[in-house]
Design a protein around this ligand. Structure first.
Ligand code: HEC
Ligand code: HEC
Length: 544
């Protein structure tokens, strides 16, 4: 057990003497967008509404979950991005976030060069929206700047302090995160005018549920927040930013500790704090309290600059190559993946801290000089881990208590479509396949069934049945049951296995449909198949 250095004790003593200066205040609000309760409530509804995406599958919150430290809890599952080499399982892979399928402006799902017919994956790991209001610039490279430009008019909307507004309007038109290609603000507006707010969510927090009950629909919520029912990109940005400004993680044990409650940190956590503040380790220079970030951009030598240029892509400055924004360490203990690329090498908080031992990463080009000569015993890394894990976790965030409470998303409840039965192979020895990611719920205006890997250009249809023909799941259907057809069309050209098509079918707004199972099967006219018709396996989809 090592004693805290004199330096650390001085720094700590300084903090203890001037707690007011060291405490995390509320996130600053720009005068153009003062915080109001009605804007916060509208922002909270928008943030958790999967209908804000083109295909109803992705909300802001899908990639930003409080209990996961504001990042994405799906990071260990499908959300691997192969990196610039396009090959999975190599060192440049990233753990990032699954967004929408690549789709045309007509909602026709298209093969993506990287993800094929699976949802696209962002190039970076999602940083936290909690506490984001304290940063002057947002995103790992800071490209969401302080000036907010009205996306529909091009006029300056907020002169400075508008990074959250600038950031919030990005994902809604991003073809990877939430949008079909070519989506416009008119599309977003007309959709929000039609839909029932949070129609897909359950366990809606009482504050938002009350607002929806009173104001009924989005135009009503916009009227309450802004005085008239007009839905504009600027107002969407204002509301989302207002909500996120109220997500202030200022009740960690460290906050209690510097306010004078010495027992808020255990002795191991205090040792971790002292090491963290020490001159030798320098953590607090970049991760400066009370935010535990100084908002600067640094290169830790984590990865080859050729993979991601970071800050340089925004400033164009050679000296900024490979630099990323210093993240706040508040609630980092709730995350499962770390750094801008969710680096597969550092799968725990301890490992991401021990990474600093002997000066950070192996990539020396433009590496920060502060990394030089850092040495850390494993026991010190354990103490710092304990400090960050507990001392910097706001229990309200971990338990998703107000203001960090939230609805349950449809994507968290519904089982993925299950494939049952056997396929009938088509030309080239390839089985056609169905991919159904868009949620089936009563009132879904945009339910998509995607067929791919069929014979390019061939006539095809999707059949729908209410029970699995032939009975037992997994069994090959033997009995023909009545099927409704979603219509015949030609698959896109592309040779054997290269054809694909998307079928759209609205689901009636009939609550009695909840819990019903639907079975879909794709049929492709294909001379290379037995009896001239290739068939996908059945996809079992439950209406939620
Ligand atoms: C598909 C996943 C996904 C969705 C959906 C999504 N985000 Fe993000 N978010 C990310 C990723 C990835 C980044 C980092 C991108 C980068 O730095 O290049 C990010 C960055 C952010 C940041 C910046 C935090 C910081 O410290 O720099 C905020 C705030 C944020 N998102 C809020 C939102 C809001 C509001 C929405 C909805 C309008 C949203 N996100 C939708 C994945 C997502
Ligand atoms: C030179 C500035 C600098 C110093 C010194 C520094 N960090 Fe960091 N830290 C960063 C940056 C920048 C990132 C993000 C890097 C990236 O993703 O490429 C980061 C990321 C982290 C993360 C991952 C957080 C997350 O959510 O992804 C942890 C944990 C962390 N630092 C802890 C520490 C500790 C502990 C120390 C002291 C041993 C320390 N840092 C010293 C700049 C610094």
């Amino acid at each position: 057990m090592s004693l805290p250095s004199l330096q650390a004790r001085l720094v700590l003593a300084g903090l203890l003497c001037a707690p007011a200066a060291a405490q995390l205040g509320p996130a600053p609000e720009p005068p153009e967008n003062p915080l109001t309760e009605s804007k916060r409530l509208l922002g909270k509804a928008l943030f958790w509404d999967e209908q804000l995406s083109s295909d109803n599958a992705v909300a802001c919150g899908t990639c930003h979950i409080p209990a996961a430290g504001g990042s994405d809890p799906r990071l260990d599952m499908g959300s691997r991005h192969p990196g610039i080499d396009g090959v999975y399982g190599t060192p440049d892979d990233r753990f990032a976030s699954e967004g929408v399928h690549r789709a045309s402006s007509a909602g026709e799902v298209l093969p993506d060069a990287i993800s094929g017919f699976a949802p696209q994956v962002t190039g970076r790991r999602s940083p936290s929206m909690i506490g984001a209001g304290h940063f002057a610039e947002l995103f790992w490279d800071g490209r969401a700047g302080t000036t907010f430009i009205n996306p529909e008019t091009g006029a300056v909307s907020i002169a400075s302090g508008g990074a959250l507004e600038s950031q919030s309007v990005g994902p809604i038109l991003s073809f990877v995160e939430m949008a079909d290609e070519g989506r416009t603000w008119d599309d977003v507006r007309s959709k929000l005018e039609r839909v029932v707010p949070l129609a897909l969510a359950t366990n809606v927090p009482a504050d938002v549920a009350g607002a929806i009950q009173t104001h009924y629909d989005y135009p009503g919520l916009f009227a309450d927040a802004f005085g008239d029912p007009a839905i504009t990109a600027e107002r969407i940005g204002f509301a989302l930013a207002s909500y996120q400004r109220t997500l202030n993680p200022d009740q960690t044990p460290w906050d209690l500790y510097i306010a004078g409650q010495t027992s808020a940190l255990t002795s191991q956590e205090r040792q971790g704090l002292n090491a963290f503040m020490s001159n030798g380790l320098r953590c607090a220079i970049c991760h400066a309290p009370p935010l535990f970030s100084d908002g600067s951009y640094r290169n830790l030598g984590l990865r080859d600059i050729a993979e991601d240029d970071g800050r340089r892509s925004v400033t164009g400055l050679f000296s900024d190559r490979g630099k990323f924004k210093v993240p706040s360490l508040r609630n980092a203990g709730l995350r499962t993946r770390f750094f801008h690329n969710g680096d597969p090498t550092f799968s725990s908080l301890f490992l991401s801290i021990f990474f600093y031992n002997q000066g950070g990463g192996f990539f020396l080009d433009n590496k920060d000089p502060l990394m030089n000569g850092v040495f850390m015993a494993p026991s010190t890394a354990s103490n710092i881990t304990a400090f960050i894990q507990n001392g910097l976790t706001d229990p309200r965030v971990a338990q998703e208590l107000p203001p960090f409470d939230r609805p349950t998303l449809a994507s968290e409840r519904r089982p993925a479509a299950a494939a049952v039965g056997a396929a009938v192979t088509g030309s080239g020895g390839i089985d056609p396949e169905l991919s159904i990611e868009s949620p089936a719920y009563p009132g879904a205006e945009e339910f998509r069934v995607v067929m791919h890997s069929g014979l390019g250009g061939a006539p095809a249809a999707v059949g729908m049945a209410l029970s699995l023909p032939g009975g037992a799941p997994g069994g090959t259907p033997t009995v023909r049951t009545p099927m409704a057809f979603l219509g015949q069309r030609g698959l896109a050209p592309g040779g054997a296995g290269g054809g694909h098509g998307t079928w759209h079918r609205p689901i009636p707004l009939d609550p009695a449909l909840s819990g019903t199972k639907l079975y879909f099967r794709g049929l492709v006219r294909d001379p290379g198949a037995v009896n001239g018709v290739a068939r996908t396996r059945w996809a079992e989809v439950e209406i939620h």
